[in-house]
Design a protein around this ligand. Sequence first.
Ligand SMILES: NC(=O)c1ccc[n+]([C@@H]2O[C@H](COP(=O)([O-])OP(=O)(O)OC[C@H]3O[C@@H](n4cnc5c(N)ncnc54)[C@H](O)[C@@H]3O)[C@@H](O)[C@H]2O)c1
Length: 371
Amino acid sequence: MVEKRVFQPRNLLITGGAGFIGSSVVRTVLGERARKHLTRVVVLDALTYAGHLSNLDGVELDPRYRFVQGDICDRSLLEKLFAEHDIDSVLHLAAESHVDRSIESADAFVRTNVNGTFVLIDAARRAWAKADRSEPTRFVHVSTDEVYGALGPTGRFTESSPYAPNSPYAASKAASDLLVRSYARTYDFPAIITNTCNNYGPRQLPEKLIPLMITNAAEKKMLPVYGAGQQVREWIHVDDHADAVWQALVTGSPGESYLFGSDEELSNKQVVERIADLVDAELGRARGTSRELMTYVPDRKGHDFRYAIDSSKARRELGWAPTRTLETHLVETVRWYLANDAWRRSVATEEHRRFQAAYYAKSSTQESTQR
Ligand SMILES: NC(=O)c1ccc[n+]([C@@H]2O[C@H](COP(=O)([O-])OP(=O)(O)OC[C@H]3O[C@@H](n4cnc5c(N)ncnc54)[C@H](O)[C@@H]3O)[C@@H](O)[C@H]2O)c1
């Protein structure tokens, strides 16, 4: 077997590093394994309603870390960052990421996910195409399994599954994947695409299923379950995903895609029931108390039935495998949200509150006609 060359990033740009997954990636790359060769980690984040510096608490102590508040659509800022820090690698996570918001309005999704990815990848290509550049470079584009659309009760997505996105969010991610793919093919640009299932863990904004259910259960608020809660999702711990993204950067082959999954599938109803029971146990409530809060609300428009991933290529070629299970890490996640009330309050911005309020208003008015 031919020994694979390991890429050693020196000056890494991470976009969206103040978000849920991005902040886990920042902690991972600044961790022990990466110390030898990394000299600079620049985090670029616009700090939208989803980005919070509190997600990066403690990271500022690392002398290699720089934070830049800015937009991936800002070409001149990107040109400056590539030149100033001699960026040789990018982990691209900045995105609008909430499906419900994309259904309300897709503008920001097309702007950031499609146009922003284009501006970023084009700035990287131009910076790296300079004739005097001899060092290798890499660009990892982080994406979702939602680009492949919905599965029935059986089967799994692979890297060669056809793209068939069903929500504006998924379509905007699919468009960005295809742009990145075209740059790899057209310009021999050293891009790697990764697609992953639903992430869970600390520091996820409580608009997404797991933190929403934990915080609502803790506060004895309604636990809204879409439709009959039968949709099936595969759940990966955010730190396993961050490890996978790092592995893709250092051992992935340019031009390739890799799918990361955990093989842990649950219906949404099962997820909510597990969380309800864990919150009851942690707060010393009688078992079943929080399940009483479960409320079936009208299904999300275009709600995909099931996603599942065959990650054998990533396991085989990147030497990666998840190490955290729902069994142990869902409890840990519940404990993190219960213990970090100050964090939760700090991320509940006015904009976030407004969207949530509108969501609840709609859910509760439609609920009576649907139950
Ligand atoms: N959360 C999941 O389960 C999941 C699963 C698979 C893939 N992904 C992908 O992983 C990436 C990160 O997802 P997440 O859940 O951490 O999202 P998130 O919403 O928590 O964070 C997104 C971050 O991007 C920043 N951002 C948004 N627009 C920007 C812009 N124009 N310029 C610069 N920064 C901007 C935000 O401020 C925020 O910090 C996304 O690309 C998403 O599509 C997420």
